[in-house]
Ligand binder design. Structure first.
Ligand SMILES: Cc1cc2nc3c(=O)[nH]c(=O)nc-3n(C[C@H](O)[C@H](O)[C@H](O)COP(=O)(O)OP(=O)(O)OC[C@H]3O[C@@H](n4cnc5c(N)ncnc54)[C@H](O)[C@@H]3O)c2cc1C
Length: 458
């Protein structure tokens, strides 16, 4: 008797898609597996390549572990193939028994305050995509502001603030391409102001990322004494949570520091609720208006009614990433995720008014649970999704053309210039060689055409 075979499509070659594939291949199961991993980018690794900041090589090092998985050769990669345009859900049903969507998030969550659409107001994700050389984003970035506000109290806000405040000379060891180096070198910035609506003990920064700010050359860290008048809830948080304890310690060290010598300053403002982005007559950002908040005694904050205004010429909102809807796949527009139960995708059934399982369709990573959590969390996430996929064996699709060749034939017929694992190696080596010429570990290619040409050896 022939053993059952699962032909699985995974859409998204970020950490979630790669971990899910790896976990399935290693899982105890009574069927064979063959996996095709699709990504619309010509390079794998998702936000590890296009989210993690270039001056965080330690985190980028996770790529080595992900690469080891791909280099085993038991997962086929199809880069430069976009689900929704190049391939559809019907195509997948024709060729596979099931699909896992691991499409993550690449755009900014909204911040609905007046003036947020003014010229000079940006989403953090767009800026990150620029400095991380995402091929689908503009090559130039308007760095014209001396004073900048960054809204948000998570690690992305810190990445953005650090990249704005840091001197470009200190980034030249990283993989940033020439257009990013030129843009940053022209920046006249003197002051970056980070705003959080809650207090120092409620931030979502991780201590390592916060501490790093204090080590930036020629950048003073400025914190304000008025933000450190803790209530009982804040004191309890410091006493009861190691992470909060360290954050509080780091911030308090900065309160004692001598400042005034550096040419750039990075200010951290707490208890500040965004109210409005103010514009000038030309419609350009000219100030940020916020309301001072205070602790509500339960660990939250309430407005005090005191409105403050700070002159700025640019503002970045770092209030979260957001998933994008995929054609023919259910989407929760409120949360920016694919609705699911532990990774089993749910679809609304108008007959019953209830959600029911959409057989054969799974989700994992940020598109499953929203844009929170570190790379490591996508692993536990993938375990949950994979265990359902295995147990759902009876409910998989029955494809018409389950052979591996039929997928290649379909892509060829459509004239899609897909890239594969060897192509990724060629691109990787090309970028490393570009870097070696300048004594750097790598310089990223920015143009999709060029990336695909190098990958395909054309
Ligand atoms: C700015 C920033 C900095 C971060 N820094 C750190 C850090 O220092 N340390 C840390 O641990 N974590 C960090 N993270 C978090 C980490 O990046 C995420 O936890 C992780 O990348 C989520 O993995 P994912 O695979 O779900 O999504 P992603 O990494 O977003 O991968 C999704 C993949 O799906 C592909 N895709 C999307 N749509 C389609 C489509 N229609 N067709 C085909 N392919 C598609 C994308 O191209 C992408 O490759 C950071 C995140 C951001 C945004």
């Amino acid at each position: 008797m022939t053993r059952t075979k699962l032909r699985l499509a995974v859409v998204g070659a970020g950490p979630a898609g790669i971990y899910a594939s790896d976990i399935l291949l290693k899982a105890e199961r009574n069927f064979d597996v063959s996996i095709d991993l699709f990504d619309h980018l010509p390079a794998p690794y998702g936000l590890v390549r296009y989210g993690v900041a270039p001056d965080h090589p330690r985190i980028k090092g996770i790529i080595t572990a992900l690469r080891d998985v791909l280099d085993r050769g038991d997962i086929r990669i199809f880069g430069n193939v976009r689900f929704g345009t190049d391939i559809t859900l019907d195509d997948l049903k024709r060729h596979y028994n099931a699909v896992i969507f691991a499409t993550g998030g690449v755009r900014d969550a909204d911040l609905n305050i007046p003036g947020i659409d003014l010229d000079g107001s940006y989403g953090a994700a767009d800026f990150v995509n620029w400095f991380d050389a995402h091929p689908d984003y503009p090559r130039t970035w308007p760095l014209e502001a001396k004073e900048i506000a960054v809204i948000g109290n998570g690690n992305v806000a810190l990445d953005v603030s650090r990249m704005l405040a840091k001197h470009v000379e200190d980034l030249m060891v990283t993989e940033i391409p020439a257009n990013v180096a030129e843009g940053l070198a022209a920046s006249p910035v003197t002051d970056v102001h980070v705003f959080g609506r809650r207090g120092p003990t409620s931030v979502k920064f991780t201590p390592l990322e916060l501490r790093e700010l204090g080590e930036l050359r020629d950048v003073d860290m400025i914190v304000y004494d008025e933000d450190f008048d803790y209530d009982d809830a804040a004191r309890a948080a410091v006493a009861g949570n190691k992470q909060v304890f360290v954050i509080d310690k780091v911030l308090n060290q900065w309160r004692q520091r001598e400042v005034g010598q550096a040419s750039r300053r990075l200010h951290l403002h707490f208890f500040a609720k965004p109210v409005e982005v103010v514009g000038d007559e030309q419609g350009k950002v000219s100030a940020f208006r916020y309301e001072r908040t205070r602790p509500d005694g339960q660990g939250g904050v309430v407005g005090t009614g005191e409105i403050r205004e700070l002159p700025i010429q640019a503002i970045y909102r770092a209030v979260g990433y957001f998933g994008s809807p995929l054609p023919d796949v259910p989407f929760d527009a409120e949360r920016g995720v694919i609705p699911n139960h532990e990774g089993q995708v749910l679809v609304h059934d108008p007959a019953t008014g209830e959600n029911r399982q959409m057989y054969g369709v799974y989700a994992t990573g940020w598109i499953k649970r929203g844009p929170v959590g570190l790379i490591g969390h996508t692993k536990s996430d993938a375990m949950e999704t994979i265990s359902h996929l295995i147990n759902d064996l009876g409910n998989w699709w029955t494809p018409e053309s389950p052979t591996e060749d039929s997928v290649v034939a379909m892509l060829e017929e459509r004239g899609i210039r897909w890239t594969d694992l060897d192509g990724w190696h060629r691109l990787d080596e090309h970028e490393i060689a570009l870097g070696a010429a300048e004594d750097r570990a790598r310089i990223k290619l920015v143009s999709r055409e060029e990336m695909v040409d190098v990958s395909r050896g054309e």
